[in-house]
Write a protein that binds this ligand. Structure first.
Ligand code: PLP
Length: 392
């Protein structure tokens, strides 16, 4: 008998590549480049959070938490949602604490979407939504966001909805463009969700990183959406603790039940001491959030100054901490060629824009993403190097 050829990957895992963003961080280390690729702060998290983690472990919060989340953390999340969004959420039946927004999104999709279902995704999109769709068996249907202000065409969105549509994914403030969806745009999406009985997975992890008086509007607060929305959020960006891996999904009990089941068998639970320390984070006073936004304003303005000095055009972000830049006039064959030149010869790592698009979009190879959640020194070091790119 012929020996059986041993498959090295499942059909699902074969359909997507390793994360380009994390690959860029590896290249940055290899070339000793200033890393403006991965979306994480290079500055410390608030001191009180470090203390809260230490206290939690000394208080013996070191065993499994309740699978769907430490009760005080769920209570704090519910209280904060009430305070900031005016939402009434039952922490007992409507919140699932997960290992980051990453697990919240994939667990929610596996729990609520079936193979053959279509999921509408605005393009460009945060790269995880592609593999999330494949892992849940869904077929992504892309709806384009158009530069310069990354808005969508209502008729195109309308045309994407059909009998197979199970869900739409929204991300506001948006990675990679920095767009903040307006109330009018969200209302357009909401009307279509209600017309077709479609769920909305809304990734709002940058809700507090917002500029120029723009307003974050939570999809669940749009009329009629409270029963159709799965809100994904996390400690990662708001409290500068991307390594804690604590996030959550908020949804009506009928959706929370299956999400909790999937979450239980995927991970059992998020790290218990970090969930407990998360209570201190989520309960931060109003000043914490205004200071956060103010500090990011300064970093954004510094990044804009750098790009202006270098002569790279960008969309001025309304939220989140990225600049999505059109580099098609820089004389490189593609986003990848530009990125490689930048990391190897200039010494700055960024993310090629292609990783935020599906196949066939004309814009796929025209953009790169700079991340500016960095200390001043890091941004200054990047400036010095990037100036070598400036046109004379
Ligand atoms: N969602 C978006 C839009 C992101 O940009 C990121 C990280 O960059 C994540 C989710 C991941 O969040 P977490 O660290 O909570 O898993």
């Amino acid at each position: 008998m012929q020996p059986r050829v041993i498959k090295t990957a499942s059909n699902k895992a074969s359909q997507f590549q390793e994360s380009v963003i994390r690959e860029m961080s590896r290249l940055a280390a290899q070339h000793k480049a200033v890393n403006l690729a991965q979306g994480l702060p290079d500055f410390p998290c608030p001191a009180e959070l470090k203390k809260a983690v230490a206290e939690a472990t000394y208080d013996d919060i070191n065993q499994y938490a309740i699978t769907w989340g430490d009760k005080p953390l769920r209570q704090a999340i519910a209280d904060k949602s009430k305070k900031f969004q005016g939402q009434t959420i039952d922490p007992e039946s409507e919140i699932t604490v997960t290992c980051g927004a990453t697990e919240a999104m994939v667990a929610a999709m596996i729990a609520l979407v079936d193979p053959g279902d279509e999921v509408i995704v605005f393009e460009p999109f945060y790269e995880n939504y592609g593999p999330d769709s494949i892992l849940s068996g869904a077929t992504p249907r892309y709806v384009k966001l158009y530069p310069p202000n990354w808005s969508f065409v209502e008729e195109e969105l309308e045309a994407a909805f059909n009998d197979k549509t199970r869900a739409i994914i929204i991300n506001t403030p948006h990675n990679p463009t920095g767009k903040v969806f307006t109330k009018m745009e969200l209302t357009t999406v909401a009307k279509l969700c209600q017309k077709w009985g479609v769920l909305c997975f809304t990734d709002e992890i940058y809700e507090h990183i917002i500029y120029d008086g723009n307003e974050h509007i939570a999809m669940a607060t749009i009329a009629g959406m409270e029963d159709l929305t799965i809100t994904i959020n996390s400690l990662s960006k708001t409290y500068s603790v991307t390594g804690w891996r604590v996030g959550w999904a908020i949804a009506r009990p009928q959706y929370t039940l299956p999400i909790r089941k999937v979450h239980d068998f995927l991970t059992v639970g998020a790290p218990a001491p970090l969930q407990r320390a998360g209570v201190t984070a989520v309960n931060m006073d109003a000043k914490y959030y205004t200071d956060l936004s103010h500090e990011y304003h300064q970093r954004r303005d510094m990044m804009m100054e750098i790009l202006d000095a270098v002569g790279i055009s960008y969309y001025k972000p309304e939220g989140a901490y990225y600049m999505f830049c059109d580099i098609s006039d820089r004389g490189f064959e593609s986003d990848l060629a530009f990125t490689k030149h930048l990391v190897k010869d200039i010494g700055v790592a960024v993310v090629p824009g292609g990783s935020f698009f599906g196949e066939g979009n004309k814009l796929k190879h025209k953009y790169v993403r700079f991340c500016f959640s960095r200390r001043d020194e890091t941004l200054k070091a990047a400036r010095e190097r990037l100036l070598k790119l400036a046109r004379v």
